[in-house]
Write a protein that binds this ligand. Structure first.
Ligand code: KIV
Ligand code: ZN
Length: 512
């Protein structure tokens, strides 16, 4: 029987560290449930000590996830570890993941600690974490730039203290596959008790080699856990992409000779969900989950490729969850049909009031758009959740005028803390006029860093999904809005980003 490769997903922790990708508790629960449907082995649900919000999200995820192990990150100190343990208390399976930097640069400049102090702290952290669970992971942050002798000393000691997984991060994406793989091989060979732990890789994609480095860790280094995120989401150039690791190992089983427990048909739904919630669009030519990744991805006109499918396709689109856009509901669909479809899509709204609100929005949409697809429902629910959270501003209506040769104008009506406001603006185009109108009232002064429009389904009937990324006083947030009218979608996205800027989240970055 082939060995199993453990898939550790850190979308909700390292993925969320990506500026603008912050998620609410409800959004994290939705993603965690999708990760469980995907059958990932470990879900790193967050960093419990980061903020009360992170703590609550981990706690809620620990309460609902039954099959996957739920994990919290913690720095190597008692307070963080106790907080992680508390958040994970109700988890069916729990893991505490503690880490400390081991590279000379990080120890001296960031931690201002001597190697001996780091060694002691690592041991104490694992010893303390083991009081709460038998499943303790230890990471040597900036491992790929650490000295091998020092790593051997630290890792041998933490395994002796009871660490059950040893993770060697390539924190800054500096690794090169052969060197990184060999480094892990050497560590495993030199550390006498190395066979007492599962070895793991965690790579960043700064040089575009996160997946290659992770796979070198597997093949050369012999690791049996890969840490990764959906769509490769993560700080800077992101983390190792889960979908690429899983499909590489499955498609080339002849070479890797490993099993993965993932239900690959859930990959595309997971990718879409993460993209819709975070507002991080997936590039069309992205492997596995990009819209162009399969020649026949949209609609899957199978007849065209039936002749000799494998001449050009090494994977089947449907095996990773690409489905033809299916009309699922319409104007005449009732509340029960809507609720049932939500359930089939794995969307659980918390209360009947939320179902009613979502159904009202569905009816509004069905009045303007003949056919409703699954993607529309997912966008609608995401939109609904965005607008509930920290709802200072809420879109009401918009009218805009644009004509060749004339400067476009827009009138936007929205509520600010429940009070209805109407404002007008003009600009280079209708979206610019809309944003200027909103700014004339809100005066946020935020800088627009990204504006992107994406068609949710195919055809000109499709809803447009707009992402607006705003930056202010060092904070970066993404707002997402969807509507068949892309100017309305833009207004919603802008207001949603302003709402996020309003919310005061003081959140610690575990690595700073
Ligand atoms: O990149 C990194 O080093 C990390 C660790 C905290 C595991 O994310
Ligand atoms: Zn990382």
């Amino acid at each position: 029987m082939a060995d199993k490769l453990i898939i550790f997903d850190t979308t909700l922790r390292d993925g969320e560290q990506s500026p603008g990708a912050s998620m609410t508790k409800e959004e994290k629960i939705r993603i965690a449930k999708q990760l469980e449907r995907l059958r990932v082995d470990v879900i790193e649900a967050g960093f419990a000590a980061a903020s009360p919000g992170d703590f609550e999200a981990i706690k809620a995820i620990a309460g609902v996830i039954k099959d996957s192990t739920v994990c919290s990150l913690s720095r190597a100190n008692d307070r963080d570890i106790a907080r992680a343990a508390e958040a994970l208390e109700s988890a069916a399976r729990k893991r505490i993941h503690t880490f400390i930097a081991t590279s000379p640069l990080h120890m001296e400049k960031k931690l201002r600690m001597t190697p001996d102090q780091v060694f002691e702290q690592a041991k104490l952290a694992v010893r303390f974490a083991r009081k709460f669970t038998d499943d303790v992971e230890f990471s040597t942050e900036d491992g790929s730039r650490s000295e091998i002798d020092f790593m051997c000393r630290v890792i041998e000691a933490v395994i002796a203290e009871g660490a059950t997984t040893i993770n060697i991060p390539d924190t800054v994406g500096y690794g090169v596959p052969e060197l990184y793989g060999n480094m892990i091989k050497t560590l495993r060979e030199r550390i006498p008790n190395s066979d007492k732990a599962v070895w793991s890789v965690h790579c960043h994609n700064d040089l575009g080699m996160a997946v290659a480095n992770s796979l070198a860790g597997v093949m050369i280094g012999g690791v049996r856990q890969v840490e990764c995120t959906i769509n490769g989401l993560g700080e800077r150039a992101g983390n190792t992409a889960l979908e690429e690791i899983v499909m590489a190992v499955k498609t080339r089983k002849d070479y890797f000779k490993l099993d993965v427990g993932i239900d690959t048909s859930q990959i595309v739904p997971a990718s879409k969900l993460v993209s819709q919630i975070t507002g991080f669009a997936v590039q069309p030519n992205k492997a596995v989950v990009g819209a162009n990744a399969f020649a026949h991805a949209s609609g899957i006109h199978q007849d065209g490729v039936l002749k000799a499918r494998d001449t050009y396709e090494i994977m089947r689109a449907e095996d990773v969850g690409w489905t033809a856009n299916k009309i699922v509901l319409g104007k005449l669909s009732g509340r029960n049909a809507f609720k049932q479809r939500l359930e089939e899509l794995g969307i659980e709204l918390e209360s009947e009031t939320e179902v009613n609100a979502a159904f009202a929005r569905f009816k509004e949409l069905a009045d303007r758009k003949a056919d409703i697809f699954d993607e529309d429902i997912i966008a609608l629910v995401s939109d609904e959740q965005h607008s509930h959270d920290n709802e200072c501003y809420r879109f009401v209506s918009l009218s805009q005028h644009s004509e060749t040769g004339e400067r476009p104008t827009a009138q936007v009506v929205f509520t600010m803390e429940g009070k209805e406001l109407s404002c007008t603006g003009e600009g280079n185009g209708p979206v610019d006029a809309t944003v200027n109108a909103i700014e004339s009232q809100t005066k946020s002064g935020a800088e627009l860093m990204l504006f992107s429009v994406n068609a949710i389904t195919t055809g000109t009937q499709s809803q447009g999904e707009v992402t607006m990324r705003l930056s202010k006083a060092g904070r970066i947030v993404n707002g997402v809005g969807a509507d068949p009218d892309i100017v309305v979608a833009s207004a919603k996205a802008y207001l949603s980003a302003l709402n996020k800027l309003q919310s005061k989240v003081d959140k610690l970055n575990p690595q700073l």
